[in-house]
Ligand binder design. Structure first.
Ligand code: NAD
Length: 508
């Protein structure tokens, strides 16, 4: 496996995979063709480990996006009418091809977005699992309900909503793209994918695999470029019936406005400031492992990261000392080094943003118990020391704003009521984690904590049929299992009379 191979070997193989991106400008995939990049405006794709360019990417235009949306519109009828079993076969073939290119996907993804290879080796496996799961559901995607009345029988049928726009972020781009695209295709929708401009390479690999898998021209389109240009156009185009976004909360607001004129259905998976609540009766060691894992894995660039630790005062000093010890041991380094636990942040702008919270923490009166500085010793990349803030309170910016880095803010609480109040005192409501040995308390907390997803005595375990999504400013809608089909499909009710009721009579 990639993650266990020596560092230099990973670098050599990554260079092999990346050389074509360095040699050629990376363009769009529209209507089954790779568009030539001649004359197009481009931007440099900067890698996080040294801030050098991995190659040029075409900065798409509104006209490029129009062509992609039109291609998706033209391909829709045939794709939506293809029997579910045939779509299933194609999507399973697609999953097989992802697995075949797992090594390439992991190394390219890790180089492009800075996530440590130990986590990215899972990217292809999870991406393939997403496709297999929804492929299996494709034949039943149209299923509905039977609803009986005395004189009528109602039944519902579902049909794909139409061409859809999928807009994805930079943090774990491959996995997130498959998570959104697999159910859309299984439902019978055609797609236009707009990947994040900061980590565009794995979207290119995905479009290549779609071509190799034999997904018909126009069913899968991918346009590179910036949110304000191609992303905006995608959300405005009248052929597009729904937009699924994974991104920042402010982007969700923009898209809601942009999509209003064409009255699109929207599904948003947005930011979070997720609490992990540790009570004195929790299993100390398991809670410790989970707290550290859920903020420092994936560079803390994870929407469900537990970035606020709410710790019961009776065990606060002991628990925070243990967290601090762990944080100081974390291995920060090159993303392709198999020993690395925390890699460089995705780009310089984001790096500066994360660093700015170190000053903010001190100005607001918090204590930097660990980290709080960049790791200059690691060179020109966006390396930050994993950081723990203590003596914080919930009014501070470090407790309210999504920092999206390996940075944990710890806040003490006295009892259950205060824990609930602190957990809910945020504009976000994506996920929450509760650690307690008291089942009754766990059940009470599960009712009261405002979040789309709660884990009790666990970290971020995923179950693909379960609903995934947030409340409050963390999102609209749910993905997973049938919830995804509810978004990508229209439900029609058909009402059939038993010929036993009186039809109202007028003018006889
Ligand atoms: P972002 O919102 O800046 O960008 C996401 C995508 O939206 C990019 O492709 C971008 O080009 C596009 N975009 C930006 N402005 C647009 C516009 N006006 N119209 C159309 N498209 C536009 O997010 P990011 O910085 O790439 O990703 C980090 C954010 O994503 C964090 O807030 C994180 O919490 C969130 N996220 C949420 C989940 C979840 O499931 N809730 C998962 C992963 C990431």
């Amino acid at each position: 496996m990639t993650a266990n191979t020596p560092f230099q070997e990973n670098i050599d193989r990554a260079e092999g995979y990346l050389s074509r991106f360095a040699a050629n400008t990376t363009g769009h995939y529209i209507n089954g063709e790779w568009l030539p990049a001649e004359g197009a405006e481009t931007f440099d794709n900067i890698e996080p480990a040294a801030n050098t360019s991995l190659g040029k990417i075409v900065a798409g235009t509104a006209e490029d996006m129009d062509r992609a949306c039109e291609a998706a519109e033209s391909a829709f009828e045939a794709w939506s009418e293809m029997p579910g079993a045939a779509r299933k076969k194609l999507l399973i073939h697609f999953a097989d091809l992802i697995e075949k290119r797992a090594d390439e996907i992991a190394l390219v993804e890790s180089s492009d977005c800075g996530q440590a290879i130990r986590f990215m080796k899972q990217a292809a496996i999870r991406g393939a699992a997403n496709f297999r799961f929804f492929a299996d559901k494709a034949p039943e995607s149209r299923n509905g309900l039977s609803l009986f009345q005395d004189n009528h029988t109602n039944f519902t049928v579902r049909s794909p909503i139409g061409p859809v726009g999928i807009i994805t972020p930079w943090n774990t781009p491959f996995m997130l793209a498959t998570w959104k695209i697999a159910p859309a295709l299984a439902a019978g929708c055609t797609i236009v994918h707009k990947p994040a401009e900061l980590s565009p390479l794995s979207a290119t690999l995905l479009a290549e695999i779609s071509q190799e898998a034999g997904i018909p021209a126009g069913v899968w389109n991918m346009v590179h470029g910036f949110g304000e240009t191609v992303g905006k156009r995608l959300t405005e185009h009248k052929a597009i019936k729904a937009v699924a976004l994974v991104g920042e909360t402010t982007t969700g607001s923009h898209i809601m406005r942009q999509a209003a004129d064409t009255l699109k259905r929207v599904h948003f998976e947005l930011g979070g400031k997720n609490p992990v609540i540790v009570f004195e009766d929790a299993d100390f060691e398991r809670a410790l492992d989970a707290v550290v894992f859920m903020i420092y894995s994936l560079n803390g660039q994870r929407c469900t990261s537990s970035s606020r630790l709410l710790i019961q005062n009776s065990i606060r000093d002991k628990f925070l000392a243990a967290v601090k010890h762990r944080v100081e041991q974390l291995v920060v380094g090159h993303p392709l080094d198999p020993n690395t636990e925390v890699g460089p942040l995705v780009h310089q702008g984001h790096f500066e943003k994360v660093l700015s919270y170190f000053d903010a923490a001190v100005e607001e009166g918090a204590t930097i118990a660990a980290g709080g500085h960049r790791r200059e010793d690691l060179g020109a990349g966006n390396y930050v020391a994993p950081t723990l803030f203590t003596e914080a309170n919930n009014r501070m910016r470090i407790a309210q704003e999504e920092i999206f880095g390996p940075v944990l803010t710890a806040i003490g609480f006295e009892d259950e009521q205060e824990a609930i109040a602190l957990a809910n005192d945020t504009e976000y409501g994506l996920s929450g984690y509760i650690w307690t040995g008291d089942t009754g308390r766990a059940m009470r907390m599960a009712q009261k904590v405002q979040a789309g997803m709660l884990w009790i005595n666990s970290e971020n375990n995923r179950n693909l049929p379960s609903p995934f999504g947030g409340m409050k400013m963390s999102g609209i809608g749910r993905d997973g299992g049938d919830y995804s089909f509810d978004f990508y499909m229209e439900t029609k009710n058909v009402c059939i009379a038993h010929d036993t009721h009186n039809v109202p009579v007028l003018g006889r």
